[in-house]
Design a protein around this ligand. Structure first.
Ligand SMILES: NC(=O)c1ccc[n+]([C@@H]2O[C@H](COP(=O)([O-])OP(=O)(O)OC[C@H]3O[C@@H](n4cnc5c(N)ncnc54)[C@H](OP(=O)(O)O)[C@@H]3O)[C@@H](O)[C@H]2O)c1
Length: 275
C-alpha cells in the first residue's frame, strides 16, 4: 500500500494516476474527502498533517509514502510513520535548497528535508525547479492581450507537473534510500518567450509588459507570503538575460523526455482561454 499526501494537489493528482497505472494500491489523505475528486480505486481518508494524532488509520499497512511538504508539520507525521513501519518516504522538495542563498522558500524545504532525514525512514528527495504551472497565474490577463510582470527577460527552465509526478512515482517504485532527483524542464525560456508560446498555442495576440518590482511585489504578496514573493522577485532579477541550466533528470529517471513548455500549454489551453 502506498499513501499519497497532497493527493489533491497539482503534482499529487498525477502521482495518484501514475501509481494506479503501475498497478499499485493507493490510499490518499486529504483534509476534505468530500471534495477530493480522486479516482474510485483510491482509498480516501480524512487527515491533516498538522494533526498527526489522527493519522493512525491512514498509516496502517503502508510501506511507502509520498510526502507533501507542509511546512513545520512533518515531524509528528514522520514519528507516526516510523512507528507504523513505513519503509520509504518520497518528499516533494525544491531545487532552491541547492541555491547559495536558499532564501525563505529554500530554507522551508531544507527544514522538511532535515525532518525526513532525521526520521530514520528510507527516503528520496524530489527537488523540483520552477513549476510551469505557475504561469497559469497569467490566465486572468489573457483576455486583455497583455501579461504584466517584473523582469520579463528572466529565464528559467520550468518543469511540467506531470514530469515531477512521474519522477516521484518512479522513486516510490524503486525506493532507493538517499536518492535525490533535482528537476528542470527541457529548455531555458524567458518570461517574454513563454508568453509568446502561449499566444501561438491558444491563437490570441499577447505581449509581456514590464512592471516595476514594487508593483509586482504588491501583486505577488496577495498570492503568497511576502517573504516568498520577495524571494521569487530576487530570483527573477538574478535570472535576467541568462540561459537557465537544463538537467537531464526527468528523462534519466522516467525513460522518456520531459514535456516541453509548448506541450504543457497545449495541455492547459482551455484554462488559459477560460481565464
Ligand atoms: N511552484 C513552484 O515553482 C515550486 C517549485 C518547487 C517546489 N514547489 C513546492 O511544491 C509544493 C506545491 O505543490 P502542488 O502545486 O502540487 O501543491 P497544491 O496544488 O497547492 O496542493 C497542495 C496539497 O497539499 C495538501 N495539504 C496542504 N496542507 C495540508 C495539511 N495540513 N495536511 C494534509 N495535506 C495538506 C492539500 O491537500 P488537501 O487540501 O486535499 O487536504 C493539497 O493536496 C509547495 O510545497 C512548493 O513549495 C513549488
Amino acid at each position: 500500500m502506498i499513501l499519497v499526501t497532497g493527493a489533491t494537489g497539482n503534482v499529487g493528482r498525477n502521482i495518484v494516476r501514475g501509481l494506479l497505472d503501475a498497478g499499485e494500491k493507493v490510499r490518499a489523505v486529504t483534509r476534505d474527502p468530500e471534495t477530493a475528486g480522486l479516482p474510485a480505486e483510491v482509498e480516501v481518508l480524512a487527515g491533516d498533517l498538522n494533526r498527526p494524532e489522527g493519522l493512525g488509520p491512514a498509516l496502517e499497512g503502508v510501506e511507502r509514502v509520498f510526502l507533501f511538504p507542509v511546512f513545520g508539520a512533518l515531524d509528528g507525521f514522520l514519528s507516526a510513520a516510523k512507528a507504523a513501519g513505513v519503509q520509504h518516504v518520497v518528499l516533494l522538495s525544491s531545487s532552491a535548497v541547492e541555491f547559495a542563498e536558499p532564501g525563505w522558500i529554500g530554507q522551508a524545504h531544507l527544514d522538511c528535508e532535515a525532518s525526513v532525514a532525521a526520521s530514520g525512514i528510507g527516503h528520496t528527495f524530489v527537488r523540483a525547479g520552477l513549476f510551469m504551472r505557475n504561469d497559469l497565474g497569467w490566465a486572468g490577463q489573457i483576455a486583455s492581450g497583455v501579461v504584466r510582470g517584473a523582469y520579463g527577460t528572466a529565464a528559467a527552465a520550468p518543469v511540467d507537473e506531470r514530469d515531477i509526478a512521474a519522477v516521484a512515482v518512479q522513486s516510490l517504485l524503486a525506493a532507493q534510500d538517499g536518492s535525490i532527483h533535482t528537476l528542470t524542464g527541457p529548455e531555458s525560456l524567458s518570461q517574454i518567450a513563454r508568453v509568446a508560446i502561449i499566444s501561438e498555442v491558444i491563437g490570441r495576440p499577447l505581449r509581456f509588459e514590464e512592471l516595476s518590482r514594487e508593483v509586482a511585489l504588491d501583486h505577488l504578496s496577495a498570492q503568497m507570503p511576502p517573504e516568498a514573493a520577495s524571494f521569487l522577485l530576487d530570483q527573477l532579477a538574478s535570472w535576467q538575460g541568462v540561459t537557465a541550466e537544463v538537467l537531464p533528470t526527468v528523462e534519466q529517471v522516467t525513460g522518456r523526455p520531459a514535456h516541453t513548455y509548448r506541450e504543457w500549454v497545449q495541455h492547459h489551453a482551455a484554462e488559459f482561454l477560460a481565464g
